[in-house]
Ligand binder design. Structure first.
Ligand code: MN
Length: 132
């Protein structure tokens, strides 16, 4: 069992405006927010900080969100839920995201009103406790 906060969210997002929006909304809702602005940092923080949930932008400088997810899963025994955050232009993109092993997705533009509950719902996918 992991003895730590169950509401620590790692946000991997390279767009400063989007990052600020997500940070503000989640912090206001009582979540602890950890931030990375590229995939490599996201992978590193996923291992170092053991977040309870990861919100992963798909289009990032350097490795993209799908490659970052792949690297996180290489040594992720707890299977942290990883949620793709992206503007799906086509259903193909959505299918690719799910095929890549994401646990869900949040569509951009992000809904300030819906995001806190979306995050609570995704947290329930984790193995760290809470109702099933
Ligand atoms: Mn991006």
């Amino acid at each position: 069992m992991r003895v730590m906060s169950q509401n620590r969210i790692l946000v991997v997002e390279d767009n400063p405006k989007n990052l600020k929006l997500v940070r503000d909304v989640l912090t206001f809702s009582g979540f602890e927010v950890i931030e990375a602005t590229c995939g490599e940092d996201g992978v590193r923080l996923a291992h170092e900080e053991l977040p309870d949930l990861i919100l992963m932008d798909l289009q990032l400088p350097g490795i993209d969100g799908m490659e970052a997810l792949r690297r996180i899963r290489e040594s992720d025994e707890a299977h942290v839920p990883v949620v793709a955050v992206t503007a799906f232009a086509m259903n193909e993109d959505r299918d690719r995201a799910f095929d890549s092993g994401f646990d869900g997705y949040v569509e951009k533009p992000i809904s300030v009103r819906a995001l806190p509950q979306q995050v609570r719902d995704f947290l329930q996918l984790g193995g760290s406790g809470g109702p099933a």
